[in-house]
Design a protein around this ligand. Structure first.
Ligand SMILES: Nc1nc2c(ncn2[C@@H]2O[C@H](COP(=O)(O)OP(=O)(O)O)[C@@H](O)[C@H]2O)c(=O)[nH]1
Ligand SMILES: [Mg+2]
Length: 331
């Protein structure tokens, strides 16, 4: 059976198998990705990020239901934490998703945050590419608010929604350190709580003191910065009471329109393509180095650098040169 074709024909079990292959980084997964890649690039990929407990899962569930009401087909990717404390939270997440699992118009995939050979960011990207290629026009990716993961979501998503909650997001310094920079939309959830207003005010003052509007992603540079402005909106939701969710859905749709009209959409795809190629180059180079030079030679240089007899950059250069010489002799 051709699993790729079956997945393209809408077979959900075939799709689940493809996603597992991709997560495992298997050869079958690589092949499937190569076949499917030309079909990707259509979906609007929305990252939902923020600290644990901010209400991301609750909000994603409501948001998915809201988009379903609008007859929008979508996929949800949840990158779950695997810390020993997360058992209850995971179960909670699944329970809240329950009313959506019988709906054919939404596909939900939970990913483990460990056990991916190329790293979680890479596995997430592959899973999203497959969902995009088989035709989901909207993909919501919930990522745990753990430093690097939050920044990496910007490399997968077109639209980054940062979810804050009163009392938790009072760590405004951390926001200043860069989270604000990757957000396209900021949501203060748990707006049913009286402290929410204060959190909104604090975020507004951080917004005034940070990047100019339209800045997207830590890797955005002057050359790729859009000329058209997008002022990062600060919205309020009460996910439990389903308040503010239609407005958030509207803002997500508006951001996509902004990306297209400002030609930021193509620019983002270019940035993502470049980052992916560089990522693979690094991996291929390291594999080559291991086969042509051998682990022993690499270890020898690790020892040398550890003894401070050579600096790491020079060691890398020597290894690279040795590899090129070996290849020249063999070729
Ligand atoms: N008061 C209040 N609690 C909420 C709201 N949204 C979510 N919660 C609660 O916050 C907790 C964490 O929610 P969850 O969606 O698992 O957060 P996540 O870790 O960011 O995915 C749960 O107990 C939710 O019931 C809200 O709008 N108001
Ligand atoms: Mg969650």
């Amino acid at each position: 059976v051709n699993v790729v074709q079956a997945a393209l024909d809408g077979d959900r079990r075939a799709l689940a198998r493809l996603l597992s292959w991709a997560e495992d980084g298997s050869d079958a997964g690589r092949e499937a990705l190569a076949t499917l890649f030309p079909r990707s690039g259509q979906a609007h990929i929305v990252g939902i990020t923020g600290s644990t407990g901010a209400g991301k899962s609750t909000l994603v569930n409501r948001l998915a239901a809201e988009f379903r009401q609008r007859d929008q087909t979508l996929a949800v990717v949840a990158v779950d934490p695997t810390s020993p404390y997360s058992g209850g939270a995971l179960l909670g997440d699944r329970l809240r998703m329950r009313n959506l699992v019988t709906d054919e118009g939404v596909f939900i995939r939970s990913m483990a945050s460990r056990g991916h050979p190329g790293g979680i960011a890479h596995a997430t990207r592959d899973v999203v590419t497959i969902l995009d290629a088989v035709g989901f026009p909207l993909i919501l990716v919930e990522t745990v608010g753990a430093g690097q993961a939050q920044v990496e979501v910007a490399r997968v998503a077109h639209t980054v929604v940062l979810v804050e909650a009163p009392g938790m997001g009072d760590d405004i310094q951390a926001l200043k350190a860069g989270l604000m920079e990757i957000a396209d939309i900021i949501v203060v959830n748990k707006a049913d709580r009286p402290e929410a207003r204060q959190t909104v005010r604090a975020l507004q003052s951080v917004r005034r003191s940070t990047q100019p509007a339209g800045h997207h992603g830590a890797q955005a540079t002057a050359s790729t910065a859009p000329t058209t402005d997008w002022e990062v909106p600060i919205l309020q939701t009460a996910a439990l009471d389903n308040q503010g969710v239609p407005e958030l859905a509207d803002t997500i749709v508006a951001h996509r329109r902004y990306l297209e009209e400002s030609h930021r959409w193509e620019a983002l795809h270019r940035e993502h393509a470049r980052a992916e190629i560089e990522n693979w180059l690094q991996r291929h180079l390291l594999t080559r180095l291991e086969t042509h030079i051998g682990e022993d030679r690499i270890q020898a240089w690790v020892d040398t650098v550890q003894r401070r007899e050579c600096d790491p950059a020079s060691a890398a250069e020597i290894l690279l040169q040795e590899m090129l010489n070996t290849q020249q002799r063999n070729g």
